[in-house]
Design a protein around this ligand. Structure first.
Ligand code: HEC
Length: 113
């Protein structure tokens, strides 16, 4: 049954194969946005959804990617002393910082509205 299907749908099979061959490229491109979004979920507990904090904790959607990255690095190196962010920033690898910076950078156009 399956064989007959494949034979009768050679074109679909070809498309499927082409899709499978293209997949590795997609997979290698995916981790950064996925990682950034995953971290942003953790940040949302304090900074609000998509970093749009309304309370005392600073909003993250107002920072430029440069300032965001610099703040994270400063927390990691203790150059900047925070209450909780030093510990949190140290829990992120360089790749995590890049991923989360990139993620929040996509939030930026929203603040200009
Ligand atoms: C437990 C609450 C909490 C969580 C979770 C949290 N933050 Fe923060 N964040 C703060 C507080 C409070 C500050 C102000 C500095 C301080 O006291 O540590 C801050 C400050 C910052 C700043 C500097 C903002 C500015 O305007 O200078 C950045 C950047 C930041 N956080 C990023 C993150 C990222 C990225 C995550 C997720 C990986 C995260 N935070 C998770 C509470 C939190």
């Amino acid at each position: 049954m399956r064989r007959a299907l494949v034979l009768h749908h050679t074109q679909q099979l070809f498309i499927l194969l082409a899709g499978l061959l293209a997949a590795p490229a997609l997979v290698s491109a995916a981790p950064i946005p996925a990682r950034g979004a995953a971290w942003a979920q953790a940040c949302a507990a304090c900074h609000g959804p998509d970093g749009q904090s309304q309370g005392a904790i600073p909003a993250l959607d107002r920072l430029s990617p440069e300032d965001f990255r610099a703040a994270m690095q400063a927390f990691r190196t203790e150059e900047r002393q925070g209450t909780v962010m030093n510990q949190i920033a140290k829990g992120l690898s360089e790749t995590d910082v890049e991923a989360v910076t990139t993620y929040f950078a996509t939030m930026q156009p929203r603040r200009q509205q």
